[in-house]
Design a protein around this ligand. Structure first.
Ligand code: KIV
Ligand code: ZN
Length: 498
C-alpha cells in the first residue's frame, strides 16, 4: 500500500510574495475555498506578523475552511509565533510554520551568529510554538545550501523539541535533483527519531529544477510537498502543484498517492492566474494553453488515431474537455477532416483533397483559421456559414479622474449596432459594450498583452481566452493601438461562439 503524500499549498503565502500578485482578504478566501475543494491537505495562507492584511487573511480563511489545515508562517521569534497563534484562533485544524536559516550564508551574514546559537533558537522556537498548537512545522531556510551533518543535527533537535513536520527548503533553487534527493535520504538515514515527523520538500525553481527536486525528495522519503498553483512564487517560482500531482498519477513507480481531485486543476489554475494577474506561459506543463494542443500533421494524425500516441495524460483528467487539434499550415488532412466533422460536415476523399488545398493556401496567410473559414473551405452553402462579427468603430475615453467610457460599433451578420458603456478602465468599458451587443454571458479567463520590441510605437499582441457554457474559446489580435488589439482579440474569441 502506497503512503500518502501530503500536499501543502503555499500559493497564498510564498506565491503571493510576487510583486503585483497581492490579494485582498476576500480574494484569499475565494482561492482558499477552491484549494480546499481541490483536496489540498494544508493551506499556508499568510505570515501574520508581516502586515495587518496578512493577519486578517489568516483569521478569515480560518473561519471558512474546515477540511484543510490552515498554516501560518513565523520566524523563530516569540512575537511572530504569538501573532501566528492569534491569527489561527478560529481554525479547526491549525499549524504554525516557524524556522530559521541553517546555511552558513544565513548564519554568518544574515544572523551574524554561530551554528550552535542558531540550533538553540530553532529548538526554542519549536518548543514555544508547541505551547499554542499541537502541529508545528519547522523550516530550515536555505537547507539546499546547508551542510548535511549540521542540518541533520538541527532536524534531530527540532523533532525532539516537538516538531511534527520538518521542511527542507531549497530556498534559492540551487540543488540538482540527485543532490536534493541525497539530502533527504541523508536525513532519513541519519536523524534519530525521524520516524516521529514528516519530512517536507519546498523547492524553488531558479534553475528550472523545482518539480524534479521535489520528486527526488519524495523518492527519498519526504511525505509532504510544498507547492503553489501554476508554480507561482518569488523569482522563478515554486514547485507547481499540478506538475507534482500529475507526475505521481502518471508514473506508477512513485510509492505515494495524493488526495488531490485532479479534475479541478484547470479551473483553479485559471482562477489563480486571473486573480493574481499572472498569465500562465502557453507551454507550461499541464496547465499551459498549448499543453494539450497538437499542431504538426504527424502528431495530429497520431492523436486522432489514438490519443496516447502523443499524450501521456488524458486532458479530461485535469478538467479539460479534450485535446486541441490546432489548424495551422503544418496540419494534415486528418486534422482538417476532424474539424469538418466537428461542424457536421462530411466530405468524400476527393472533396477533402480539394478542401485541403484551399485550406493550405489560407493557412499560409492567416494565423487563426476559424469555423467560418472552414465552412467556406468546405464550400458549404452561405446560409450555413456561422454568424460573422466585425469591429467597425471604437472610441474610448480614459485618464486620471475621468470616467472610462467606450463606444463600440459592431457589424453582426451585416447589420451595424452601437453601444456605449462605462467600466473600471477603457478595456473593461469596451468589453462591457461588446457583451451588451452580442447578448452573451462571457467570462474572461485569461488576457495576455505583450509588446514586441518595447517602443511607444510598438505593436501590441493580445491573446485572450473566454469561457461560454463551459467551453473555452481563444482570440488573438495585433495592433499598434493596444485597446483596439484587445477588443479585436475579444471579438475574435466571441465570433467562435456565435
Ligand atoms: O523558501 C523558503 O525557504 C521559504 C521558507 C520561509 C519556508 O519559503
Ligand atoms: Zn519558499
Amino acid at each position: 500500500m502506497n503512503d500518502k503524500l501530503y500536499i501543502f499549498d503555499t500559493t497564498l503565502r510564498d506565491g503571493e510574495q510576487v510583486p503585483g500578485c497581492q490579494l485582498n482578504t476576500i480574494e484569499k478566501i475565494e482561492i482558499a475555498k477552491h484549494l480546499e475543494a481541490l483536496g489540498v491537505d494544508i493551506i499556508e495562507c499568510g505570515f501574520p506578523i508581516s502586515s495587518p492584511g496578512d493577519f486578517k487573511s489568516v483569521t478569515e480563511v480560518s473561519k471558512v475552511v474546515t477540511e484543510s489545515r490552515i498554516c501560518a508562517l513565523s520566524r523563530a521569534v516569540e512575537k511572530d509565533i504569538e501573532t501566528a497563534a492569534d491569527a489561527l484562533h478560529y481554525a479547526r485544524l491549525k499549524r504554525i510554520h516557524t524556522g530559521i536559516g541553517t546555511s552558513d550564508y544565513h548564519i554568518k551574514y544574515k544572523f551574524k551568529s554561530t551554528r550552535e546559537e542558531v540550533l538553540e533558537r530553532a529548538v526554542a522556537a519549536v518548543k514555544y510554538a508547541r505551547k499554542f498548537v499541537d502541529d508545528v512545522e519547522f523550516y530550515a531556510e536555505d537547507a539546499g545550501r546547508s551542510d548535511n551533518d549540521y542540518l541533520a543535527r538541527v532536524v534531530e533537535a527540532v523533532i525532539a523539541a516537538g516538531a511534527t513536520v520538518v521542511n527542507i527548503p531549497d530556498t534559492t533553487g540551487y540543488c540538482f535533483p540527485a543532490e536534493y534527493g541525497e539530502k533527504i535520504a541523508y536525513l532519513m538515514n541519519h536523524v534519530k527519531g525521524v520516524e516521529h515527523a514528516i519530512i517536507s520538500t519546498h523547492c524553488h525553481n531558479d534553475l528550472g529544477m523545482a518539480t524534479a527536486n521535489t520528486l527526488a525528495g519524495v523518492m527519498a522519503g519526504a511525505r509532504q510537498a510544498e507547492v503553489t498553483i501554476n508554480g507561482i512564487g518569488e523569482r522563478a517560482g515554486n514547485t507547481a502543484l499540478e506538475e507534482v500531482v500529475m507526475a505521481i498519477r502518471s508514473r506508477r513507480e512513485f510509492p505515494v498517492y495524493t488526495d488531490i481531485k485532479a479534475k479541478n486543476i484547470t479551473k483553479i489554475s485559471h482562477q489563480v492566474s486571473s486573480m493574481m494577474r499572472m498569465p500562465v506561459q502557453p507551454n507550461k506543463a499541464i496547465v499551459g494553453r498549448n499543453a494539450f494542443a497538437h499542431s504538426s500533421g504527424i502528431h495530429q494524425d497520431g492523436v486522432l488515431k489514438n490519443r496516447e500516441s502523443y499524450e501521456i495524460i488524458d486532458p479530461t483528467d485535469i478538467g479539460l474537455e479534450d485535446s486541441v487539434i490546432a489548424l495551422t499550415a503544418r496540419s494534415g488532412r486528418a486534422a482538417l477532416d476532424h474539424h469538418l466533422h466537428r461542424l457536421g460536415i462530411t466530405l468524400s476523399q476527393q472533396e477533402l483533397a480539394i478542401a485541403y488545398e484551399k485550406f493550405l493556401r489560407l493557412a499560409d496567410s492567416k494565423k487563426d483559421i476559424d469555423d467560418a473559414d472552414l465552412y467556406e473551405i468546405a464550400g458549404v452553402a452561405e446560409g450555413n456559414i456561422r454568424q460573422k462579427i466585425a469591429l467597425k468603430y471604437l472610441q474610448v475615453v480614459c485618464g486620471k479622474n475621468a470616467i472610462p467610457m467606450a463606444t463600440v460599433t459592431l457589424e453582426i451578420d451585416g447589420e451595424e449596432c452601437t453601444h456605449t458603456s462605462s467600466g473600471i478602465g477603457p478595456i473593461d468599458a469596451a468589453f462591457s459594450a461588446v457583451k451588451a451587443l452580442v447578448h452573451r454571458k462571457i467570462n474572461l479567463e485569461e488576457m495576455l498583452i505583450q509588446s514586441i520590441n518595447g517602443g511607444t510605437n510598438d505593436i501590441g499582441k493580445v491573446h485572450i481566452q473566454i469561457e461560454n457554457k463551459g467551453t473555452i474559446y481563444y482570440g488573438f489580435a495585433t495592433n499598434r493601438d493596444i485597446v483596439t488589439a484587445t477588443v479585436e482579440a475579444f471579438i475574435g474569441a466571441i465570433s467562435k461562439i456565435l
